[in-house]
Design a protein around this ligand. Structure first.
Ligand code: NAG
Ligand code: NAG
Length: 743
């Protein structure tokens, strides 16, 4: 992509391969789906020789309509995949030294019990060590628990960083999170290192281990030891602390270049700015969760460093590539396209994945396909972490064609006031009352009132005319810890799907918001996600109704010799093969695909269902859904089972009751059918008409195998608890019996 004259773009865009074949396939699939609709419409009155299952057919038709829309939206996400490639050397040639912009990095943590401080500071250290001029990096940690232990850990980290940063620079360490780096060394032999490197490594490792021990000791004690507290005036800020939900703003600038005594590393080079922030909390003010924390960070940072580019990461996502800042600036600083980009989203990637990814944690299809598809329409979703923002866009500025950022002026903003004054002035920006009568949370910063504040914010920014971009390099930019139990994942997806459904009915609904600014394709991409929760109903229809009618041998689908059978077969086989191929092409395994399909089913029948119910409750003002953080720590046992890909139940939860009931119910239906098939004289001919129903029920039984194991076969702590076993047996049996008797 050459521009007139000498100018070369800093990035280029290429289109996904195979798009033409995909489109042809897509259209053929659509035709087949239309035939299925025709079939339903013409057969909705039911079969002459049987009782008329009018309502059942109507429900299935409803489900099919719903699936069709959901499928259409998913096609939008596959219609036009684009891939980005950048040119860091050009960036360096053009801007190094003179005018590389400053970057503010926000790390958010919310609970020291769930997010251990040692993990948090590993993330902080990893982003402090970016290969980028350190005086241009500022790292802000937002601690929504205002935990003195997290602060103590950060304080320790600021000292450790003085050794760690030069070490990283000298030996080109990757990844720059100490824990992750030391972990990689286990695998390769440290003996192959240069003696000088080995010596330094040993020293730094000891420093790290000592620091880790001190932090973990403090965590065990449940507080920072008295000696340390009294020796450091910084802890006096906790004097006002009465609880996590009731305290003053605590703001500490731990490292800053204006600090004469404490701003250089052991080699005498200046260090990145490091700031700790716990915004003010009062019980009578709603704190708006992470969105509130981010907005406080945006304001506080504007007073301290005011970088034009903001990176936002969760405290468990460490940087796995020290070049990421430069990678991203290639997009923002491109002369031709850069000025319209509001944010660049990285995929959310995880290190703790097992080979076949039992829980579909890798989000393979969303991150390898769907976000590329959204990018093709000018706007991947903002997913709340691993995202680089343009400050102006995040703060509510509108994009009009004339917008240009002057990166040079960015560096002029110098702070002369002394650090104490700076801290005091900044504190006011993080107070509970600051946002009263302002546009924060409405038109500025992250938008409030939605469980997926990130997605709605991304959409709001795009509806101000900005574009966003998806960057998914081979080597992942950030790595986090994936949830490791089924319940954590189901709860997480409940929150996501519930939040997405809120968007659908909010002011920022992709159905009608910002006409003329957001194109149809992108709207469909958003709708695909917004509709997650509602797909629970069709999925439930399909996992209950056909199996129920098996019990009475009433067919709901065409028989095998009928021409109507063909579109059904085409859609089922075509879609399965397509999904499998897609999964394999993007690096999954066959078993991984099967697991992913199972998770789709489980989310559909539990998380999404509860999300729908909760949304309805909320609509009538009945319940206030708590923002649940998913746990990141776990005991030995659970982690063993996770590594062996054994499904973790363990807890008694309505999520599991519903999954187990459905699994048992389908098992009963299948067994009863097979019994009839074997013992009845006319069995085979009768069942020729029921083949699709038997296959569907058989599929549901087959995919639910881990549940039967958890119900009846396993002895370990991760099996389904007895209460769930009893409830699900009673429920499934009574459903079958009642149906047999009354319908
Ligand atoms: C993380 O970074 C290392 C280099 O430090 C690289 O070898 C590895 O492939 C990266 N991990 C992922 C998942 O990309
Ligand atoms: C929480 C967890 O499972 N952590 C593990 C993630 O993977 C690394 C290396 O693969 C292990 O060292 C952690 O214990």
């Amino acid at each position: 992509m050459k521009k007139s004259g000498e100018y070369f773009s800093l990035f280029e865009t290429s289109r996904g391969r195979g798009w033409f074949i995909h489109r042809v396939f897509s259209i053929s699939m659509f035709v087949a789906i239309c035939f299925i609709w025709f079939f339903r419409l013409s057969h909705i009155k039911g079969h002459q020789q049987y009782q008329n299952p009018y309502w059942a057919c109507l429900a299935l038709f409803g489900a099919e309509i719903w699936f069709t829309f959901s499928w259409l939206f998913s096609q939008a996400l596959r219609w036009n995949l684009v891939f980005r490639k950048n040119f860091k050397t050009r960036l360096s040639q053009r801007y190094e030294e003179k005018s590389l912009p400053k970057v503010d990095i926000f790390v958010c943590t919310a609970d020291p019990d769930i997010e251990p401080p040692i993990m948090v500071i590993n993330t902080v250290l990893s982003v402090m060590s970016y290969d980028y001029p350190p005086d241009k990096i500022s790292v802000y940690l937002s601690d929504d628990a205002a935990s003195d232990i997290t602060f103590y850990a950060l304080l320790e980290a600021s000292t450790f960083a003085k050794h760690w940063l030069p070490f990283c620079k000298k030996f080109k360490v990757e990844p720059t999170s100490p824990a992750a780096y030391f972990n990689t060394l286990h695998h390769s032999t440290t003996s192959s290192l240069h003696p000088n490197h080995a010596k330094h490594l040993e020293l730094i490792k000891k420093l790290y281990e000592d620091m880790k021990r001190r932090i973990e000791d403090a965590a065990k004690l449940g507080g920072v030891p008295k000696e340390i507290r009294s020796n450091n005036h910084r802890f006096s800020e906790w004097d006002s602390y009465s609880s996590r939900r009731d305290h003053d703003t605590i703001l500490q600038i731990l490292l800053h270049k204006n600090d004469k005594h404490n701003s250089k590393d052991v080699d005498g080079f200046v260090m990145p700015t490091l700031v700790y922030l716990a915004r003010e909390k009062r019980p009578q003010y709603h704190h708006n969760f992470k969105a509130g924390a981010m907005n406080a960070l945006i304001r506080v940072s504007s007073n301290i460093s005011n970088a034009k580019v903001i990176l936002n990461v969760d405290c468990d996502m460490y940087s796995n590539n020290s070049q990421s800042v430069r990678d991203i600036l290639c997009f923002f600083m491109d002369d031709e396209r850069g000025h319209e980009i509001a944010y660049v989203q990285y995929p959310q990637s995880f290190e703790n994945l097992t080979k076949n990814d039992l829980y579909g944690n890798a989000l393979l299809i969303p991150s390898e396909v769907e976000l590329h598809g959204a990018d093709g329409y000018g706007g991947p979703l903002y997913i709340g972490t691993c995202c680089f923002h343009r400050r102006d866009a995040l703060c509510g500025k509108k994009y009009d064609g004339g917008y240009r950022n002057d990166w040079k002026s960015d560096n002029d903003h110098a702070i002369e006031s002394n650090l104490h004054e700076l801290e005091e002035k900044s504190k006011a920006l993080a107070s509970c009352t600051y946002e009263e009568n302002t546009q924060w949370g409405k038109k500025m910063g992250l938008r409030y009132g939605c469980l997926v504040e990130d997605v709605i914010t991304g959409f709001a920014v795009q509806s101000e005319g900005w574009k966003s971009l998806y960057y998914n390099p081979m080597r992942k930019g950030f790595l986090g810890v994936a949830p490791t139990t089924l319940l954590q994942i189901l709860v997480q997806h409940k929150r996501w799907s519930e939040g997405h459904l809120q968007i659908l009915f909010s002011n920022y609904s992709p159905l009608w918001h910002a006409p003329g600014i957001i194109n149809m394709g992108l709207r469909m991409c958003y709708l695909h996600c917004n509709m997650w929760a509602t797909t629970s109903l069709p999925i439930l229809c399909y996992s209950i109704i056909p199996s129920l009618y098996l019990l009475k041998a009433i067919p709901l689908f065409p028989k095998i010799s009928s021409p109507w059978f063909i579109p059904f077969a085409y859609v089922i086989v075509g879609e399965s093969i397509y999904c499998l191929l897609e999964f394999l092409i993007f690096g999954g395994t066959i078993k991984g695909w099967w697991n992913d399909l199972r998770m789709w089913l489980y989310k559909g029948t539990s998380s999404y269902l509860f999300a729908c119910i909760d949304n309805i409750f909320k609509f009538f003002g009945l319940s206030d859904s708590p923002f649940t953080i998913t746990t990141k720590i776990m005991d030995e046992d659970i982690s063993q089972r996770y590594e062996n890909e054994v499904m973790e139940f363990g807890a008694s939860s309505p999520f599991f009751t519903i999954l187990a009931t459905l699994a048992l119910f389908n098992l009963l239906c299948l067994l009863s059918t097979l019994k009839d098939l074997v013992f009845s004289e006319d069995g085979v001919r009768a069942y020729e008409e029921m083949v699709l129903q038997i296959l569907l029920c058989g599929f549901l039984v087959f995919i639910n195998f881990p549940i039967y194991q958890g119900l009846f076969l396993r002895k370990d702590k991760g099996k389904l608890p007895t209460s769930v076993v009893i409830k699900s047996i009673v429920l499934a049996l009574s459903a079958c019996i009642l149906f047999k008797i009354f319908i």
